[in-house]
Write a protein of this length. Structure first.
Lengths: 227, 227
DNA sequence: TGCTACGTACTTACACCGTAAGGTCGGTGG
DNA sequence: CCACCGACCTTACGGTGTAAGTACGTAGCA
């Protein structure tokens, strides 16, 4: 009765593939057998489809990995809690970590991506929002984002590529655009695009900032233990 | 006159391959063309050798990657500087970072490895030594190693696998063995094997420790900016 | 000296990978 | 009705890691 696909008898017709189903299946496969087991052929097998059919919903393997990474980040819980900004921040970051721990491949994949997806930016906006609301300066929040990003994700991901082939004006314009949807991240990006010249961040500076933060904290702990 | 290999005319005979030459060439190739360009065939091409010949000196691709990672870590400068432990630590970590920045693929590769090589342990021993000499408790030094490790290498690498199929006694024995060559790391491992029960480290605890260190540091910065 | 054993390098072959190119349906809008 | 289109399949190409088997120069020893 119902419309049959191809040579099927007309009853076991599977529901059509979608980008979401492909990505979800890939995540599932990675969770079960590791990220290396995620190949187009094996993924097709899982979905009862030829490998090449996946390319109608996904541009290529890289696009698939991007989508997987962002989909995982999208599942990070983001309900705010009460309390001062430090408790909020702690809660949010631990939530992110526990999500990533549930997908052991995720941190590695996210780290290999060149630019963050929408969910990732959204998450950064949440974190940035907590810090700005807590009274941290835009500048300090910016540094913190780098430190915490590298803490959670295991690397430091720039919001913009390091490529310097864009002029500051264009970068600033992009940052303004960003602000409409993600005000906190936008504000940070806007500030960075003004001072940094090229809109990028100096990785060396960010690294040293985080390092000094840690060393200073350790000294505090040491002194506290002595006393 | 000299002994010719195979069909060669007798003069252009290349010097024999060694594990070191293979690894060095692989590092060179990765530096120039990225880690993805490092394939057994391409590496063989660079060395004027068939791909399979590499397997005489390297157990497989994984072994090669392990060796590459450890070789890079081995080039981290380790000359101590004068000053208090904080300056020493800062100097050492920044040195490690600048080495890793020179091999952009390295952090990713190290992160994907399952256990650290000798050079990596040696480096950890240097860092641990600075902290212990600086007056940090073994426990605090242990936590710090985790925080700093994940800061430099972009991940948190356990000294032992998480597998709990070894009894505490054996782990402790291994730690004692380790102490002979690497006293500082050994001391930490020994302490961990006593308290942790299974000799492993609780990743969640380590993560929270580092996170709190950072948050506490940020609050300090915030307050300082206000005043 | 001759013979053996071994290490090094080569050849071949296999199963897998990502994906370019093109074919074949069924459903839909003109 | 028909032309189109999107989902799916088929085939094929050049790449990957590596298991297995082979050839050969050298070292050790009789």
């Amino acid at each position: 009765m119902t419309i049959a696909k191809h040579g099927a008898a007309g009853e076991d017709r599977r529901e059509p593939l979608t980008r979401g189903r492909v990505v979800d299946a890939a995540i599932d496969l990675a969770d079960r057998e590791g990220i290396d087991a995620v190949s187009m052929r094996k993924l097709g097998l899982v979905l009862g489809v030829e490998a090449m059919s996946l390319y109608t919903h996904v541009q290529g393997k890289d696009d698939l990995l991007d989508a997987m990474a962002d989909a995982v980040v999208a599942t990070i819980p983001s309900e705010p809690i009460d309390g001062h900004w430090q408790a909020q921040l702690r809660h949010t970051i631990l939530g992110a970590r526990s999500t990533l721990v549930g997908h052991r491949w995720a941190a590695q994949v996210i780290g290999a991506r060149t630019s963050p997806g929408p969910a990732t930016i959204r998450y950064m906006d949440t974190v940035a929002g907590i810090m700005l609301a807590g009274g941290l300066s835009v500048d300090l929040a910016h540094h913190s984002l780098h430190v915490l990003g590298s803490r959670v994700l295991g690397f430091s991901q720039d919001l913009y590529d390091d490529k310097s082939d864009v002029d500051p004006a264009a970068t600033a314009a992009m940052a303004r655009e960003l602000s409409k949807v993600f005000p906190s991240v936008g504000a940070i990006a806007l500030a960075a695009s003004h001072e940094g010249g090229l809109g990028g961040c100096d990785d060396d500076v960010e690294f040293a900032f985080g390092l000094d933060l840690i060393i200073q904290g350790l000294e505090l702990q040491r002194a506290r233990a002595i006393e």
